[in-house]
Write a protein that binds this ligand. Structure first.
Ligand SMILES: C[S@@+](CC[C@H](N)C(=O)[O-])C[C@H]1O[C@@H](n2cnc3c(N)ncnc32)[C@H](O)[C@@H]1O
Length: 439
């Protein structure tokens, strides 16, 4: 066995270690100065991997709030002081934008570093266990009694459901024997209203199992949350909170308020997981939005979050999005909120074609693509036909930087911010504001 020392930390909060063979390896949940007792073990013929036998901690572990931290697949940075977390995740991004594009972003720290997530998805396993997948091992689940990054309301719900499952563990899906039904528990609690929903994901067909009658009654009598929803999807599916819904109590959505706007969020649709932590970006856009323009173009619009927030400043909104159900929701909500304005929300796969995008004079564009970025076609469309103002919101500044490179020849960068809605995880959000160059 060998002893190695943690030399530093990466931007994803993993520790940097030089293994006995001289190679650099990344180890999570350690701190510079910690010592690791390691050994090479044979996994397969001609394949060895480094096994950690012991971690000798040479630093304070007091910052850690969760007793499952280090095992749970969620957070990776609770053991690191918040200022250091920010430094680790922000600095490489700030430097990259500056070095490659000459762009400066303003870093904005987060006020609430715990109890910030409005959605958590837990796996349910026989035991009964409600938990998170273990880091690096999708087959193992870590039981969770309390999660520090979700609200007290959600932690109470977690305890309540655990108590229900302790009484009827036979409803839980056993992934080995393929018996039972319940696979996931999703807890969604609004940050700015009292509303919240518990979503139980079952395997399809389990709705008619004789045990379900007692289970429905048990849930109704012991769970006090305003909305309870069961949904059913394919047995092999490992996706939570999707499938045919059955409302047990309340509704199939929850109500959230953001910047004075009411959002009815369907149980199965995307919504910012920390709306209050996202406010710096929303305020940034609000302050820079040119009032009384003709059109807002909302690319990757989801349920029309930005269209609803900023629709009042425009006469017309064009929204584009891949998911059909989101387009239906966006159209409905926009019609209800702004009955006198026109809109055209359309299903579009923007990675495959931008032919449907309309060139608009006197318009602003907001784009908020998935982690992989907006894709070459969209970026070239912005370069060639993009409107006067562009706000590019991203959950992955690294792909955002690559995208910007593709249209920057046609735009001047005005300003932007980098924020941290997800403390203790490596994730960030950013928004960049551009104005079209005039020849
Ligand atoms: C980060 S979310 C933003 C949603 C919305 N702007 C919001 O804030 O709620 C990215 C959105 O892009 C959509 N999307 C993913 N791939 C797409 C594609 N190829 N074409 C169009 N939309 C896509 C997703 O369905 C998702 O709604």
């Amino acid at each position: 066995m060998d002893k190695v020392k943690v030399e530093g930390l990466n931007s994803d909060f993993s520790g940097i270690v030089t293994a006995p063979n001289g190679k650099k390896v990344d180890i999570f949940f350690v701190h510079p100065g910690d010592e690791l007792v390691v050994e090479y073990v044979k996994r397969r013929p001609r394949q060895r991997s480094l096994k950690i036998h012991e971690i000798i901690r040479n630093h304070n572990w007091d910052l850690v709030k969760c007793d499952v931290f280090g095992n749970c697949g969620g957070c990776t940075g609770q053991h690191i002081p918040y200022e250091t977390q920010l430094e680790l995740k922000f600095q490489p991004i700030l430097q990259l934008f500056q070095k490659d594009l000459g762009i400066s972003l303003k870093p904005v720290p987060q006020a609430e570093t715990y109890a910030y997530r409005s959605r958590m998805d837990f796996s349910v396993f026989p035991g009964p266990i409600i938990g998170q997948r273990q880091r690096g091992n999708f087959r193992k689940v870590v039981p969770i009694k309390h999660c520090s990054i979700q609200s007290a309301w959600a932690n109470q719900a977690l305890q309540d459901v655990q108590s229900v499952l302790d009484q009827m563990p036979e409803v839980i899906w056993d992934r080995k024997s393929e018996v039972g039904g319940l696979k996931y528990l999703t807890i969604r609690k609004a940050q700015n209203t009292e509303d919240g929903i518990l979503i139980f994901t079952f395997t399809e067909g389990y709705e008619t199992d004789p045990k379900m009658l007692s289970f429905r009654n048990l849930c109704l009598s012991q769970l006090k949350q305003p909305s309870l929803l069961f949904c059913y999807n394919r047995p092999k599916s490992e996706v939570s909170a999707v499938g045919r819904p059955e409302i047990l109590r309340g509704k199939d959505s929850f109500t959230e308020m953001v910047l004075g706007h009411r959002f009815e969020v369907p149980f199965d649709s995307f919504f910012q997981p920390n709306p209050n932590g996202f406010l710096p970006i929303l305020n940034f856009i609000q302050e820079r939005m040119t009032k009384d323009q003709s059109t807002l173009i909302d690319l990757f619009c989801g349920n029309g979050f930005f269209s609803l927030l900023y629709g009042e400043h425009f006469h017309h909104v064009d929204g584009y999005e891949l998911t059909e159900s989101s387009i239906v929701t966006a159209s409905q909500l926009f019609q209800e909120t702004y009955p006198n304005k026109s809109h055209a929300f359309q299903v579009a796969n923007l990675f495959l074609s931008t032919d449907g995008l309309k060139k608009q004079e006197n318009a602003s564009l907001i784009l908020d693509p998935p982690r992989a970025g907006a894709g070459k076609l969209v970026n070239h469309w912005i370069r060639d036909f993009g409107p006067e103002f562009v706000f590019y919101v991203s959950c992955n500044p690294y792909s955002q930087k690559e995208d910007v490179t593709l249209f920057l020849s046609a735009y001047d960068y005005v300003d932007g911010i980098l924020i941290d809605p997800y403390p203790h995880t490596p994730h960030t959000e950013s928004v960049l504001f551009f104005r079209r160059k005039h020849k």
